[in-house]
Write a protein of this length. Structure first.
Length: 180
């Protein structure tokens, strides 16, 4: 009986060691999502804060990693209060009373020659589209950061209207410090 018990414990320990636990990271408050969009008056730089969600990532187990996050659109800042108010409130732009968040839910993460690629669904202003975000992860085990860039066409998400005054493409940079 004792022998069966010992064998059972060894088998359970072996099975437990064969599963890699994907790291669950806490998103730091100083995470930054910044954007640039060209207009006829120059480039508008801005940021969106309030990044929240779940980042489960292990470089040794990207297959079981995932990223499900949201951004709080009430935090948009471009440096001009009137423009920020219009972008947040006007129906043609973000209409945050109706659509307060941007959400990204990953479907897969893969290793690339230069870092990683997360595939997923980006939802903005009621429109969901498949997107890919290339990123780099740097970490030491207890802390790290995810950085990436992507370009989106704002019209694909019904943000604004086509105009000679504001370009369609928006450059987005992501910097997400994390801790265990």
């Amino acid at each position: 009986m004792v022998r069966h018990f010992i064998i059972s414990v060894i088998v359970i320990a072996f099975l437990a060691m064969s599963f890699v636990v994907v790291q669950n990271w806490k998103i730091a408050d100083n995470s930054a999502v910044t954007f640039k969009i060209k207009s006829m008056l120059g480039t508008v730089d801005g940021s969106v804060g309030g990044l929240k969600g779940t980042i489960m990532f292990d470089p040794a187990d990207v297959k079981n990693s995932r990223m499900d996050v949201t951004l709080d659109l009430s935090t948009i800042k471009t440096g001009i209060d009137k423009r920020d108010k219009d972008i947040k409130e006007e129906e043609v732009w973000f209409d945050i009373a109706k659509y307060p968040l941007i959400a990204f839910k990953s479907t897969s993460i893969t290793k690339t020659a230069t870092g990683y690629l997360v595939d997923g669904t980006l939802t903005m202003k009621g429109v969901s589209k498949k997107e890919q975000i290339p990123f780099i992860y740097v970490g030491d085990g207890n802390s790290g950061s995810f950085t990436g860039t992507l370009k989106l066409n704002r019209l694909d998400f019904n943000v604004g209207k086509s105009s000679a005054a504001v370009k369609d493409d928006v450059e987005i940079a992501i910097n997400v410090p994390v801790k265990k």
